[in-house]
Structure formats: C-alpha cells, structure tokens
Write a protein that binds this ligand. Structure first.
Ligand code: ADP
Length: 492
C-alpha cells in the first residue's frame, strides 16, 4: 500500500454524517461532533437520531420486510446484490480504511486488512451461502409430511462498537441481509463514518430502500430507542457487558426480542515452558495485546507464564514491546495506533494506577504518550505480579495493558485461565500435543488458539461463553440468529 495515497485520502474534508432512512439521507433531531483520536481535533459531525428518528427507521425496515421487496426476492437476486456490495467495498477499500482510521484510531496496516478486506469477504461468504442452504424433510411416519422451513426473523437491530466497525458491522449485516431480513444499524458514536459510507455503497449495490437503515447517535438515546422498539424482532450487539445487560432489560420492557450479545473478554494466553519456540511466543504475546492499542475483544490480556521461564519470557516480551512503534495510525509503519477517545485513555490509566496500588509491578509503559499531538496515545504496558483478585485480572481494560501471572503446573494454569467471568478467547503454547488438547477441552472460551494467537477467518464461529455473551458471529452458525424455524405438518 502506498503512503502517498493514504496521505491524500486523509487530507480530504469529511462531510457531516446523516441518517439513512428509507433510502434517503436525512437530518436527525440533533448532531454530535466527531473528534479524531489522532490529534483530538474535530473531524466532522454526525446526526444524533432521537426516538422519533429511530421509530421512523424501524417502521421503514418493518414495511420493507412486510412488502417483500427484499425478503421475498429470489435468493439469486439477493446474492447478486451482496456480491456487488463486496465489489464496491473492495473498490473503495483504501478510502474506507482511511476514513475509519481518522475516526477510530486503528493503525492503518491493520485496518486495511481487518476492515474493508474482512467486510468484503464476509459479504461474499454470506452471499454465497444464500442459495446453498436447503430446508429439511423430517423422518415422520409415512402418512405425514413434515417440512422444516427456515424463515427470516423480520427486522434486525444491530448495535456495534468502535474498534472494528466495518468488520463487526459486516458480521451482523451480511448474514441478516442474506437471509432476507431488514436491518437498522446503530454504529458507535466514535466510529460511525466508515459504516455510513458502507451504507451508501449498499444503496449503490442495489439493496432496496428501507432494507438497510442507519441511525447514528449516543447509545443512551439512539441505541436505547432502537433496543426498545417493538418493530425490532432480534437485537444483535457487540460491546460492553454493562450495555449488554441493559439490552436484556429493554427487551424485557418491550417485546421480548431475542438479544445476541458479544461482550468482550479477559482472555488468557498461557505459555508453558515446553512451548516449541518461546521467542516466537513472546513476540506473539506482545501483538496479541498491543495491536490496535489493545482495543480488540479477543486480545490476549492475561498472560499466564510457567514459573520456570517467567523472568526470561517477560524480559523478551518487554524487549519486543518496546520495539513496537506507537504513533500516528495513518502511517504504514505504526504498530500501535491511537486510543479511541480521551475517556477510554483515562480509563486505561486508571487501571494501571489500580494495578500498582494492588501490588502489580510495571515492567514497561504505564503512561500517556505523544501528548503534544493532541491525540490519545498510550505506551504499551506490561504489569507483572497480577493476582486473580486484582482488578486488572478480572476486568476488561480494552486498552494496551497486559496482566502477567506465573503458574507452577498445568493444573494451576487451567485454574487460572478459567478464573474469569469472561470466556471469549484463549491461547496455549506447548509442544505437548496431549497437553494442548487437554487445555483446549478445559478452557471455557469460544476459541482457543494453539501455538499462535488471534488467527481466524469467516469460516469459524466467534461465540462467547460465560459473560462474554451468546450466539455466534461468522460461519454458517451465525445464520441461526437471523432465521426462525417453521414446521409444516401435512397429513397425506
Ligand atoms: P464500549 O465500552 O466498547 O464503548 P458500549 O457498550 O458502551 O461499549 O458501546 C457499544 C455500542 O453500544 C455503541 O454503539 C454504543 O453507542 C451502544 N450503547 C451504549 N449504551 C447503550 C444503551 N444504553 N443502549 C443501547 N446502546 C448503547
């Protein structure tokens, strides 16, 4: 990728964001300034949808669903539209990535792959699935025919976070649209711009008006109105546990809509002394937590290291960490970009202060970086001596702060790995095949990486256990969230 092209795109002014309702771009009840985490300056504004705006968007999605303009389109027609959308995402990939980075601060090298690249692949994957999934015929008695149909649920409300808006947005929007639903999307207020651009591309690709609506604005106003809407049949969400709890309450207060929640993690990365390559493990442990400034739901944020190699491993990890380039996320060489917002940065520093108060020891980092830029940066931070009762062990920071804890043997490693309310991801480093499988079976999390950390693609599910949530994003399993089963029982 060419730095000059990125610089050129990054210099372009950003138009004010509007709401997309019934295929039209409209003003909202208010507007919110968008500050760039790169320099703290205002980039543009986005519309803040009030309850009436959200009600119109949901009614539009409901009407579109009921009249069948998309829900009853031939599968091959929906497939062609979603492939066209993937083509457009690829065509505008750099523009989408740069816009997203200016808004949320992810380093561009990562954003290019994880954002438009992954979103286009996700749209293609579900476009291809549309005409390859059949209903079923049940093995009933011969005088009966039992047909099992799969139908779209209706209107899907999607609330997504700011760390990977296009990637996570696509995980929800693509399977929802592929199965014939209408969607009302609420992006995070600090990362709406690339999703607004995606919505424009969806219209261009031929998604009919009303089938995909976007309402931007604050979570407590716009998001709450969406989650309370009786026009929404299913709510899909990625974000914090606190908001996930609220969504369940809104569901109970309104129409008992199903809620599928992906609520982050505190994922253990477990290094045994018999790992095939401890140096590789140390480098991977650094990227597992510090890329995108730790703002990754599957980040390996708890490092558990066998005591016999702990000190040497931490020394190698610290060396790798100090080499990571923190800086302007629009530069291709940057490995650790900006923290998304000032409040997020302050929260990160609060975690470090609490960790040292509770007896943890800072090996490197711990402080705000590059303050003169006006942007929100933090030095990657390693804290050793973190115990299960410490706040840094229990709570998700969602920032570049790694908690390190030693263990004596496999039994203790497993106990420590599972000593968390979360269960999203994990890593295990060992050359012992049996031990690797025992750990995979023993760790309660949606994914366990072995001798690597963080790899995945659209073919495998991401689904939380425990308080990391429920329901799968990605893979064909995700389709279950967006479809209802219906039985036809026919007497012959
Ligand atoms: P984070 O801590 O990662 O910002 P949040 O859960 O606060 O996580 O935000 C994730 C998404 O949830 C954002 O789009 C945000 O606007 C939305 N959100 C926040 N609070 C609410 C709420 N009370 N109701 C609905 N959506 C909300």
């Amino acid at each position: 990728m060419d730095q000059a092209m990125i610089d050129r795109l990054a210099a372009a002014p950003v138009a004010a964001g509007k709401l997309l309702i019934e295929g039209e771009w409209v003003e909202g009840a208010g507007e919110t300034p968008v500050l760039s985490p790169i320099d703290g300056r205002q980039l543009t504004t986005i519309a803040a949808a009030g309850p009436d705006d959200v009600a119109r968007a949901c009614a539009s999605a409901r009407d579109a669903f009921e009249d069948g303009r998309w829900s009853r389109m031939a599968p091959s027609g929906r497939k062609a539209v979603l492939h066209r959308l993937a083509d457009l995402i690829e065509k505008h990939a750099t523009e989408l990535a740069v816009l997203g980075v200016r808004d949320n601060g992810t380093e561009i090298s990562m954003a290019l792959k994880a954002e438009p690249g992954s979103a286009a692949g996700t749209f293609r994957y579900y476009a291809e699935a549309i005409d390859k999934i059949y209903g079923e015929i049940a093995p009933t008695a011969p005088n009966v025919l039992g047909l099992i149909h799969r139908e779209p649920v209706g209107v899907v409300g999607a609330i997504v976070p700011w760390n990977f808006p296009l990637m996570i947005g696509a995980w929800k929007i693509a399977p929802a649209l592929a199965t014939g639903n209408s969607v009302v999307l609420k992006p995070a207020e600090t990362a709406s711009l690339s999703l607004l651009r995606l919505a424009a591309l969806a219209l261009e690709a031929g998604v009919p008006p009303g089938v995909f609506n976007v309402v931007t604005g604050p979570g407590r106003v716009t998001g709450e109105a969406l989650a309370l809407s009786t026009d929404v049949d299913v709510m899909v969400f990625t974000g914090s546990g606190a908001t996930g709890r609220r969504l369940l309450q809104y569901s109970a207060q309104s129409n008992l809509k199903r809620c599928y929640l992906e609520l982050g993690g505190k994922s253990p990365n477990v290094v045994f002394a018999d790992a095939p390559d401890l140096s590789a493990a140390a480098k991977a442990a650094a990227t597992a937590i510090f890329r995108n400034a730790g703002q990754v739901c599957v980040a390996g944020s708890r490092l558990l290291v066998e005591a016999s190699v702990h000190d040497a491993f931490v020394a190698e990890l610290a060396t790798a960490t100090r080499k990571m380039a923190v800086g302007n996320p629009l530069k291709l060489e940057t490995q650790v970009g900006a923290v998304n917002s000032l409040s997020q940065l302050e929260g990160n520093l609060g975690f470090v202060a609490d960790a040292t108060r509770e007896g943890g020891e800072i090996v490197t980092g711990g402080t705000r970086a590059l303050e003169a830029t006006g942007g929100y940066y933090m030095d990657p931070t390693i804290v050793t001596g973190v115990k299960p009762e410490h706040r840094l062990y229990r709570e998700e920071v969602f920032g570049p702060v790694l908690a390190v804890t030693p263990f004596k043997d496999e039994a203790e490693a497993l106990r420590l790995a599972n000593a968390s309310d979360f269960g999203l991801a994990a890593g295990v480093w060992t050359a012992n095949l049996s031990r690797a499988h025992r750990m995979v079976r023993g760790i309660r999390s949606g994914v366990v990486h072995v001798n690597t950390y963080g790899g995945s693609d659209v073919t495998v599910p991401l689904s939380g256990m425990k308080q990391s949530g429920n329901g799968a994003d990605k893979s064909l399993h995700a389709l279950e969230k967006y479809t209802d089963l219906k039985t036809a029982w026919i007497q012959l």
